[in-house]
Write a protein that binds this ligand. Structure first.
Ligand code: PXP
Length: 236
């Protein structure tokens, strides 16, 4: 059984469009959990374009299930994570000008910095996931520096069609297999939707997917509960 974690960033995007309090991302999170999601993901970006600090603290306070704080390895956000103590942090690359996270982290660029981050999080009882490409070198570094989880970047697969999508899926399958054999927990996310989710289930050891945009988009028409249930049905 592959579990679903719901990313609520885009509920905050709509809220922030008018500067008020509606729609409330915390309300969306509770509906998603009630409908069967195992956890809630939110990305506290350096520019705070969607989720804000107060949202993270409110989620920590209100949610009885897993909170996954997606974040860049920036000192200011690391300190917030140490204070909030989510069950999990997912470390992603972050560029100010990007529309959404583009590509996986390059752990090889500075393994000792990422190793220090793992130690800091573990000291607070927080698990660490690295969002990486399905690349053996990145997976091995993640293992060596003490990661608990790797989240495989599915963006290339999601954007491709035909033979290119098949090739990208094969990379994900190989990456999942390497990570699983190394004893890492494997999750996946980015660009997953109601059409491309089924083949993803072939990734060895895959325990969870993290989905935001497609799910929140569907929720505009069906409501969040139904959108979550529809995805869980496809994951079963
Ligand atoms: N996983 C990670 C690491 C992400 O950065 C994102 C986007 O915030 C997602 C999953 C969810 O991607 P999407 O919104 O395309 O479903």
């Amino acid at each position: 059984m592959i579990h679903l974690a719901v990313n609520i960033d885009h509920v905050a995007t709509v809220r922030n469009a008018r500067g008020g309090m509606q729609p409330d991302p915390i309300h969306a999170a509770t509906l998603a959990i009630d409908a069967g999601a195992v956890g809630i993901v939110c990305h506290l970006r350096e520019d705070r374009r969607h989720i804000r600090d107060a949202d993270v603290y409110a989620l920590r306070h209100d949610l009885l299930t897993k909170l996954d704080l997606e974040m860049a390895a920036h000192e200011e956000i690391i300190c917030i994570a140490e204070d909030v103590k989510p069950e999990l942090v997912t470390i992603v690359p972050e560029k100010r000008e990007e529309l959404t996270t583009e590509g996986g982290l390059n752990l090889a660029a500075d393994p000792s910095r990422f190793a220090d981050l793992v130690q800091r999080m573990h000291a607070h009882g927080i698990d660490v996931s690295f969002f990486i490409e399905p690349n053996s070198k990145q997976i091995e570094i993640a293992k060596n520096i003490g990661a608990d989880i790797i989240e495989l970047h599915t963006g290339t697969y999601a954007e491709a069609t035909g033979a290119k999508a098949e090739e990208a899926l094969n990379h994900l399958i190989t990456g999942g297999s390497i990570a699983h054999e190394l004893g890492l927990k494997v999750t996946a996310g980015h660009g997953l939707d109601y059409h491309n989710i089924i083949p993803i289930k072939a990734i060895p050891g895959l325990v969870e997917v993290s989905i935001g945009h497609a799910l929140i988009s569907r929720a505009l028409f069906t409501g969040i509960s139904q959108a979550v249930k529809d995805m869980i049905f496809l994951l079963q």
